[in-house]
Design a binder for this molecule. Structure first.
Ligand SMILES: C[S@@+](CC[C@H](N)C(=O)[O-])C[C@H]1O[C@@H](n2cnc3c(N)ncnc32)[C@H](O)[C@@H]1O
Length: 273
């Protein structure tokens, strides 16, 4: 346990999560059986899991799953581990789906399927398309949809809007890569796919592309919702306005940090494909 403090902000939680995964018990078991000794075999297996964590592997990759919204999602090293702050993107998307009575939704860069599946589970009447450039990530997303018997998400592989070039959407959401090249945080996250995290020298290359490409596939009056870094609020607003998106507005996460920007498209879609 003391060693985990050097590689994790939540050493106790990590150790408990690894132990209950090994014991195949709920967390309450640890408190009800606090005096119980582990068998030598379980102790060895537990030490192996701790060693993997010490080497920087995220807990979710070791256990193979991560809770997001109310879904216990399967994850793998091909997918980003869904972050709690991304639930804000889901929350705002659900609000906007209500405001627009929207039924056509797009999640770009779906990874494990977290955002698309969370929206789909709350709005079964919506048709959601979820894309990713990584076929391996989409295989995980498809298996999550099958596991939760979520039928209103269609998955497509490809580079940003290419797989949906002939469709139109009322709400487009994305949690794209947005970390600056050379940001020290990338070293801490070295087990997760770099292609899911980094986006050019200022971290905004993919947001620029989305602001550009989404203009061709948005319905008039539709909304674009983008997650971004906590220092990128103004740059994202500038990028959105430069591309003709209107009324950019930023929402803060539970830590009070600017996290999701939203803008509207008032005109007909731009034919820039
Ligand atoms: C930050 S992760 C978000 C994953 C998931 N939406 C979530 O919130 O947990 C970004 C995702 O975008 C995908 N991606 C990166 N570049 C892409 C591109 N050019 N076209 C489509 N998807 C891309 C990555 O594979 C990754 O799954």
């Amino acid at each position: 346990m003391p060693l985990l403090m050097h590689c994790s902000d939540s050493p106790r939680l990590d150790a408990e999560t690894l132990l209950i995964t090994l014991l195949e018990q709920p967390r309450s078991y640890l408190f009800a059986h606090a005096d119980e000794l582990l068998s030598p075999l379980t102790l060895t297996e537990f030490a192996d899991l701790i060693e993997r964590r010490l080497l920087g592997e995220p807990v979710a990759y070791i256990t193979g799953h991560k809770e997001f919204w109310s879904l216990d999602l399967r994850v793998s090293s091909a997918t980003l581990v869904p972050r709690p702050e991304t639930e804000l993107l889901v929350e705002i998307a659900l609000q906007q789906i209500n405001v627009l009575s929207a039924t056509s939704i797009l999640d770009l860069g779906t990874g494990s399927g977290a955002v698309a599946l969370a929206i789909a589970s709350e709005r079964p009447e919506c048709k959601i398309i979820a894309t990713d450039i990584s076929a391996a990530a989409l295989a995980v997303a498809r298996s999550n949809a099958a596991h939760f018997r979520i039928k209103n998400v269609e998955f497509r592989t490809g580079n940003w809007t290419k797989p949906v070039a002939s469709d139109k959407f009322q709400v487009i959401v994305s949690n794209p890569p947005y970390v600056e090249a050379g940001d020290p945080v990338l070293a801490d996250l070295h087990r997760e796919p770099l292609s899911a995290l980094a986006s050019g020298t200022d971290g905004l290359d993919d947001i620029r592309r989305l602001a550009d490409e989404c203009r061709a596939i948005i319905e008039p009056g539709g909304k674009l919702l983008l997650e971004h870094g906590s220092t990128q609020e103004e740059s994202v607003a500038d990028i959105l306005q430069e591309h003709g998106w209107q009324n950019p507005r930023c929402f803060r996460d539970l830590a009070g940090l600017p996290r999701v920007s939203m803008a509207e498209w008032e005109q007909d879609p731009i034919n820039n494909q």
